[in-house]
Design a protein around this ligand. Structure first.
Ligand SMILES: Nc1ncnc2c1ncn2[C@@H]1O[C@H](COP(=O)(O)OP(=O)(O)OP(=O)(O)O)[C@@H](O)[C@H]1O
Length: 244
């Protein structure tokens, strides 16, 4: 299954307006309730999401672009409901998966990045320009005709990010973007995220990644137990985990 989302081409580049709102949101997989009682208005440019394994972070991330739909309540992205306006939501919110192999499906680096633009109906000339620009920005220009599957783990993660950003979504959700990376590549991806113009939500176990973020949500048992600037949120998380 193709897992890349397809945000719309924005002729003047990404624009983030409004908010992501969760109103009375819960999510269950079958009988299993994994998120509950979420009432949040997300307006900050850089939001982190931390918490124990299984606390519901990835499910929360997937709610933000309609990869998962709430089983109660509603999620609104800039006023668009993920339940009833899914296509428009997907165009606004790019999603970068933890495992870049889940996102890379085309043989060469350039073809892989171009794929989403073809899907959007972007003309060939503009596709070529945008692919060249994004590959340059992420240090992949020298690899454009190389087989994507032969890239290193860090390069693959950058390619997956490039493949989402080339479509110029207004917002980007990252699900554990540095988990598979060495220190140098973790720092590179952290820098990429720090420099993005788009509003981002980043699920991570990498607490260093949160430096400079505006707001961090701490999940436990399917709900938000702390919601604060990074230092306070990390302290609350460490406190929570110290008893386990
Ligand atoms: N597709 C699914 N079907 C059934 N249960 C699921 C599914 N996806 C996740 N779960 C369950 O939902 C709960 C929350 O999972 P989720 O992946 O959202 O947590 P997480 O906080 O991201 O965990 P981790 O830090 O380990 O990635 C877990 O108990 C998990 O087993």
């Amino acid at each position: 299954m193709r897992r890349r989302t397809t945000p719309a081409a924005a002729p003047d580049g990404p624009v983030t307006t409004g908010a992501v709102e969760l109103r009375g949101v819960a999510h269950a997989y079958g009988d299993r309730q994994v998120l509950r009682g979420l009432d949040l208005t997300l307006t900050e440019a850089k939001i982190g999401v931390i918490g124990a394994n299984g606390s519901g972070k990835s499910t929360f991330a997937r709610l933000l672009n309609g990869l998962a739909l709430p089983t109660a309540g509603e999620v609104l992205v800039d006023g668009l409901s993920t339940a009833t306006q899914l296509r428009a939501v997907r165009r606004r919110v790019g999603f970068v998966f933890q495992d870049p192999d889940a996102q890379i499906v085309h043989p060469t680096v350039a073809e892989d990045v171009e794929f989403g633009l073809q899907n959007l109906g972007v003309a060939a000339g503009e596709r070529a320009e945008r692919v060249t620009e994004v590959l340059g920005r992420y240090g992949l220009a020298g690899h454009r005709d190389h087989p994507a599957h032969l890239l290193s783990g860090g390069q693959k993660q950058l390619l997956a990010i490039a493949g989402v950003l080339v479509m110029r979504p207004a917002r980007v959700v990252f699900d554990e973007p540095t988990t598979l990376l060495d220190l140098a590549n973790k720092r590179r991806v952290a820098r990429v995220i720090a420099e993005l113009d788009q509003h981002v939500v980043v699920v991570t176990h990498d607490l260093e990644l949160l430096a400079g973020f505006d707001r961090v949500l701490v999940f436990d048992g399917g709900t938000v137990v702390a919601d604060a600037p990074p230092d306070d949120a990390v302290a609350a998380y460490l406190d929570l985990m110290s008893g386990r």
